[in-house]
Design a protein. Structure first.
Length: 218
């Protein structure tokens, strides 16, 4: 999985050394899936370099979408690329703008790590998120766990999950919202099951993007 970095230096080198420079396609305001398809296509071309440089170009692509797409693609395919460096005019502003996308990256990475585990381990790990700003209460009688985020919004969303896929999906979304400091009132009741599921990585990543897009513009 790659890192995303922002460099305010005008030269097309990084850490004093030249690295490959990507000329991105004109993706504009297309769907994030188009960005991911592009990222999956170009990542194998840069497998022999630790860094890839991309110059900020608002007329041709959304920097935030490009960074997120490249990160997701690096989770879905093998690559030796360590870091994508965006050359930007304002490093601080670029980083601040990208922070919610860091939260999305962390949530997707978390979900993709869980999907290969056994159901018992998955549910156990989902209960270990009490360091975030939502409560976790286990109900031993119903064999379920309730996750509650309350941030003062008027609307409350109630969700019940009965599959491993949905449990990972919705709790990962909740984790992203917490890390991004988003305002939402959500109650998720996760009912445990022993039924193992074969979950496709791309399907899970896209499901998370669909759900989180209601809260964070992607």
């Amino acid at each position: 999985m790659i890192e995303i970095a922002f460099d305010g230096n005008s030269g097309l080198t990084y850490k004093g050394k030249p690295y490959p420079i990507l000329k991105a396609e004109n993706l504009g305001h297309t769907d994030i899936r188009h960005y991911i398809d592009f990222a999956l296509k170009i990542l194998p071309q840069y497998k022999n370099t630790p860094y890839l440089i991309i110059k900020e170009d608002a007329a041709n692509f959304c920097l935030k979408k490009m960074g997120l797409a490249l990160f997701i693609a690096s989770c879905l395919t093998e690559s030796d690329l360590e870091c994508v460096v965006f050359k930007v005019k304002d490093q601080k502003a670029a980083f601040e703008s990208y922070k919610p996308y860091i939260a999305i990256s962390v949530g997707i990475k978390y979900a993709l790590r869980l999907i290969s585990k056994a159901p018992f381990t998955i549910y156990k790990e989902l209960k270990c998120l009490n360091y975030l700003n939502f409560s976790i209460k286990e109900n031993y009688q119903t064999k379920s766990t309730v996750y509650t985020m309350s941030t003062g919004c008027d609307r409350s969303i109630d969700i019940k999950t009965h599959t491993v896929f949905d449990a990972i999906l919705y709790v990962s979304v909740l984790k992203i919202l917490s890390l991004a400091d988003s305002k939402a009132n959500i109650n998720i009741e996760v009912f445990e099951t022993n039924r193992a599921e074969k979950i496709d990585q791309k399907t899970m990543a896209y499901a998370i993007l669909d759900k989180i897009s209601k809260y964070i513009e992607i």
